[in-house]
Each structure stands twice: as structure tokens, then as C-alpha cells.
Design a protein around this ligand. Sequence first.
Ligand code: OAD
Length: 251
Amino acid sequence: MSKEEPAIPNSLLEALRTAQHLVVLTGAGISAESGIPTFRDAQTGLWAQYSAEELATPEAFQHHPRLVWDWYAWRRQMVAAAKPNAGHLALARLEHLVPTFTLITQNVDGLHAAAGSRAPIELHGNIMRVRCATEETRYTTWSEEGALPPPCPTCGAPLRPDVVWFGEQLPVIALERAWTAAATCDVMLSIGTSGLVEPAASLPRLAYNRGATVAVLNLDVTPHNEERLYLLNGQAGSLLPALVAALEQQG
Ligand code: OAD
């Protein structure tokens, strides 16, 4: 861990060590160290360079299907080349240290599963899948030859990325599971998310209001500790291995 990053507070480690149900919510920040751009970081964030309205809405796909398809194809290539980083790997270890563990991610890159996390709840879908824009049937393989977006093999409607766009509902079962986990956990870690997109943004607040200890691990927070609320400033890829190593040492 670098000098400027704080140690993990003992009281947080104690809360984690005694937790019955630990929930982890992740956002784009955890994948930044794998080379995948975040959305809102100044200069490097995707929404600093591209228009969400022109690329990540159902209307954009309706009016400019090829443009949207190509933008997601470009992001899919980046994801395919990326590897899980120390933060993802630490979380895969963390789930073995608590009785019940729920991982909720806003990321569509699949890197938690690639790191070995068993059952991440993907609130915003997965960029490595597509689905029929009409019937919703999902596919993990498709042809890039011929017209793009490719037509659905069953009905001929265009295939689209299986991700949630602005203005769309989140997958119902995933959201229900996330909500229940947040409402019933005793500790939640919120990692690498700006907390600006609902409903995911409300999950840490829900957990806190129900009495859970909440720790926020992010590059842009001012360090702060009070009872049941910890703001830890640093890179997920440094903070998480330190946190998990400390728990493993405590046995
Ligand atoms: P954002 O880009 O909004 O926020 C990323 C957060 O991660 C910022 O607060 C950064 O400071 C922090 N960060 C960056 N690098 C980090 C690192 N190495 N370690 C720790 N923190 C780091 O991304 P999200 O909050 O995930 O939705 O965005 C939420 C949703 O908005 C996304 O899922 C996406 C987007 O529009 C959809 O596409 C539906």
C-alpha cells in the first residue's frame, strides 16, 4: 500500500470479521486498474468524451443502430482484452471469509466472474452478451458478417447489447436480490462508484439506514471515520488486497 493511503481501521476490520452477511457494491472504479475507462472521471471518463444520449439510450439505437453497435463493439474489444486486477481478485477471496456474501456490480465487463467471484449480481447487464431488441432472447455468440447490428436468428429484429440503457428498467430479479441483500446485510462495501446512478446509488444508504456498517472505498472521497461509516480514499487495487490480507491474518 502506498504511503498516502490510510490503513484499514481496526473497527472496520472487526465489523467485517463478525459480519454474518457482507454485501459489496462495485462500480467502474474497480475496473479502472484493468484499463477499462470509468464513466465520469474528468478527461478519461467515457461520458467526458462521448454523449450518453447518442449512444446509451433506446432512442439512440432506434435512430442510429450501427453507430451504437460499433461503439459497444469497441468497448467489448477493450473488455475482452482486460484482465481482473488485484481488487477483483481480493473480492473473490473475501467471499470465503464471511458466512454470507453478496456481490452487486454496476459493471458490464464480467471481470468479477473472471476473477473467481461466484455469483455477482449484474445490475446493468453484461456487454459480452446481446439480446433480441424485440423478443429479449439472449445470445453469447453471433455473427459479425453481413449487416450490423446482426438480425435475431429467430425473428430478424436487430440484436442489441444486453446492457441497461438510460431510461430502461433494471433486470427485475437482479434488482430485487440486490435490494433484499442491502436491506438485510450487516456490512456493506461500496467500491469505485460515483453513486450518481439510481437505483444502485441508494443501496449503501438503504444498508446504512437499516443499521449496517458502510465503508466507501474510492479515489475521490475525503477520508472520514465515524460510527458505522467509513470513507477510505485510495485505489481499489491497493485498498482491497490490504483489507483482505488483514482479515486473513486475523483468521
Ligand atoms: P463512475 O464513472 O460514475 O464513477 C467511478 C468512480 O470510481 C469515481 O467516483 C472515481 O473516483 C472512482 N475511481 C476511479 N478509479 C478508481 C480506483 N482505481 N479505485 C477506486 N475508485 C476509483 O462509474 P459508476 O459509478 O460505476 O451505467 O457509474 C454508474 C453507472 O453510470 C454505470 O454502470 C453506467 C454509467 O452510466 C449504465 O451504463 C447503465
